[in-house]
Design a protein around this ligand. Structure first.
Ligand code: BTN
Length: 264
């Protein structure tokens, strides 16, 4: 992202019901998710969006580091959904579908969704989503959805060990894009899909998300903190878990993990 985002242009042109009603930008933060959680604890309204040009401690799922140099689009949104804690995972799929639709329909890219929170182009990661929630007395107090899009980054922006697994919009499109325009499209798509989730439920969101997958019906390896298994990815269930058919026929429900192609 440019050192400064054209926030005025974004606020004038953004057509959403509530996402991005308030947008804050910083040149450098530890993590936009941490910033958003702090604001949410102080009562920031739902839809508040924070964006940073760089993050010094960007993080991903399972405590992983998220490399966040200038040129990426790093942002987080505060939500206060009427969902049970067990239903919050739906928001990750809504966000993933929104990113997939914008990359596909606006930028013309052949994008793929990968369980549970990744977006890939030609098998390489272009976007990751980190959903974090805060609960009070078994109720959801707030949710922060953090989205990292590798936008105007060339291959040198990534550490050597990640270059084979990672790509960016600049690499795929052969041109740089305007961060405020991409953020506008993403917020608008998410706003529409969050409304859809509220009005119509999760089934059609999950159905549309599955349309962008390539792993379903294929053999995959699943690595989770607890174990490691290989089998055929049968489906993603309505609670967001992966249904994996193991070689002995057992169907295992996996809630946390990463999928990859089997090594043999
Ligand atoms: C993952 O793939 O594990 C999720 C990566 C999420 C990265 C984004 S960048 C904006 C927001 N701030 C963070 O610290 N993380 C998310």
């Amino acid at each position: 992202m440019a050192a400064k985002m054209k926030l005025n242009w974004l606020q004038d042109n953004l057509r959403t019901k509530y996402l991005g009603r308030s947008i804050l930008f910083s040149r450098k933060v530890n993590s936009t998710n941490d910033w958003a959680k702090k604001l949410a604890r102080y009562g920031a309204q739902a839809g508040t969006t924070v964006v940073a040009a760089t993050q010094t401690k960007g993080h991903g799922r399972l405590g992983r580091e998220w490399i966040s140099p200038a040129g990426g689009l790093w942002f987080s949104i505060i939500l206060r959904p009427k969902l049970l804690p067990s239903e919050v995972v739906r928001l990750t799929f809504v966000a993933g579908l929104a990113v997939a639709k914008v990359l596909d329909k606006v930028l013309g890219l052949d994008v793929e969704t990968k369980w549970p929170n990744d977006l890939l182009i030609k098998g390489r990661k272009i976007c990751g989503i980190l959903t974090e929630m805060n609960t009070k007395d078994e109720n959801v107090n707030f949710v922060v959805i953090g989205i990292g899009v590798n936008m105007n980054l060339d291959a040198n922006a990534f550490p050597r060990k990640l270059r084979q697994q990672t790509t960016s919009l600049e690499i795929e499109l052969g041109r740089r894009i305007r961060s405020e325009e991409l953020l506008k499209n993403l917020l608008q798509e998410m706003d529409t899909l969050f409304e859809h989730l509220k009005e119509e439920g999760f089934d059609s969101i999950l159905g549309a998300w599955k349309q962008y997958t390539r792993f379903l019906g294929h053999r995959v390896e699943v690595t989770s903190p607890a174990n490691h298994s290989t089998g055929v990815a049968l489906d993603v269930d309505c609670d967001g878990s992966l249904l994996l058919k193991l070689d002995d026929g057992e169907i295992r429900r996996i809630t946390v993990g990463d999928i990859s192609s089997p090594t043999r």
